[in-house]
Write a protein that binds this ligand. Structure first.
Ligand SMILES: Cc1ncc(COP(=O)(O)O)c(C=O)c1O
Length: 389
């Protein structure tokens, strides 16, 4: 059956995804089931997206109830769940206003536009090895040649600096710098965790130079690192930040949030989206946040994170492992060789779903609801496989 899917995919779809030979048809909590009924433990969560587990009953029910009432009207009219979601995010973030869109790349796009509009300046500084999305604006911020080169020329006035290097930022800032955009922890770049004081120092430089700080929390946000947003972990308030992925537990949505005095620089017509902030997405996001609060999910992340890092001690000294790093439930295992894809395939054979970037960093992004038994299973599988190298 999978061979049939592979054949049809080749015939009917754009050839942009390198897929593993598995098709999932059902999920429940931390588990996935493929077309043959085989069960897998999911330690990838749709790439840091299905944070509250597959088919989360509460969220599914809220989506179904909303779908039966109304799905779409457009932003020409007031949308009650959109306003309610913005109010919840305002309260959690302690005072940021929202603009809703449909993906991470769109949230970054909106942030870049707002930064230029709010400051009247043009230049955006971002970091090498970063990932901010693939539309031309977001791609111009993305700091990886492999994604950029085929599509040059990109948007002018983007500069790149080394991640975790404040001196490099100081040198790069000019009179025309509108903003610096950073991931608090680089995700697609290989789970690169900066020094604890890095973001604080960047913020100080921004304040001194009248430059906005944009944090791309598309991957780190919504509890992944044990706080609602990673900026809370580092005790730094950005001027603008971006959310998507887990905001609605897998239902497509993106959000760009900004301090009110900055967001208020956007005027009627400056930005918009047909689907942005629609009923279903906002209900799914509201339900996700309610679930996080009601079930104390952030606490679970903190506790289970300690446990998983302790268990990871069992593999960190294996010959093939170079480094284990991460925060919360955003974990990278760097290998000494580029064999990541092969390892992921072996994990799949053993009923474990994990991810890989740059072919040498395995990444574990499990749903935030996992328990010790899940961690034990995953680490045992990994240990068994990695020991053979
Ligand atoms: C930090 C970051 N920003 C932006 C994006 C782009 O998000 P999307 O794929 O929803 O457009 C991603 C996706 O992986 C991401 O990790």
């Amino acid at each position: 059956m999978i061979e049939e899917l592979i054949k049809k995919e080749k015939k009917y779809l754009a050839n942009v995804y390198k897929r593993f030979k598995v098709a999932f048809v059902r999920g429940k909590g931390a588990y996935l089931y493929d077309i043959n009924g085989k069960k897998y433990l999911d330690f990838l969560a749709g790439i840091a997206t299905v944070n509250l587990g597959h088919s989360n009953e509460y969220i599914v029910r809220r989506i179904c109830e909303q779908a039966e009432k109304i799905i779409h009207t457009s932003n020409l009219f007031y949308i009650i769940p959109q306003i309610e979601l913005a109010e919840i995010l305002y309260n959690i973030s302690k005072g940021y206003k929202s603009f809703f869109c449909n993906s991470g790349t769109e949230a970054v796009e909106a942030a870049i536009k707002l930064a230029r509009k709010a400051t009247g300046k043009k230049e955006i500084i971002s970091t090498y090895n970063s990932f901010h999305g693939r539309t031309l604006g977001a791609l111009s911020a993305t700091g990886q040649d492999v994604y950029r080169k085929p599509f040059e020329p990109l948007v002018p006035k983007f500069k790149h600096v080394r991640f975790n290097d404040v001196e490099n930022i100081k040198k790069a800032i000019s009179k025309d710098t509108a903003a610096i955009i950073l991931e608090p922890i680089q995700g697609e770049g290989g789970i690169i965790v900066p020094d604890d004081n890095y973001l604080k120092e960047v913020k100080e430089i921004c304040e001194k130079n009248n430059v906005l700080l944009i944090l791309d929390e598309v991957q780190t946000g919504m509890g992944r690192v044990g706080e609602f947003f990673a900026y809370m972990l580092y005790d730094v308030d950005p001027d603008i930040f971006c959310l998507a992925k887990a905001l609605a537990n897998g239902f497509p949505i993106g959000a760009m949030l900004a301090r009110p005095e900055i967001m208020n620089k956007f005027e009627y017509g400056d930005h918009a989206s047909t689907f942005g902030g629609n009923f279903l997405a906002c209900i799914a996001a509201k339900a996700s946040i309610e679930y996080i609060l009601k079930h104390n999910i952030l606490n679970n992340v903190k506790n289970i994170s300690k446990y998983i890092f302790k268990k990871l001690e069992e593999i960190k000294d294996l010959d093939i492992v170079k480094e284990v790093r991460g925060r919360g439930l955003m974990i990278g295992i760097e290998l000494k060789e580029k064999i990541g894809r092969e390892i992921v395939e072996k994990c799949l054979e053993h009923g474990l779903v994990i991810g890989v970037v740059h072919d040498n960093v395995l990444r574990l992004l499990p749903p935030l609801i996992i328990e010790r038994k899940h961690v034990d299973f995953a680490i045992n599988v990994l240990k068994k496989i990695l020991k053979e190298y």
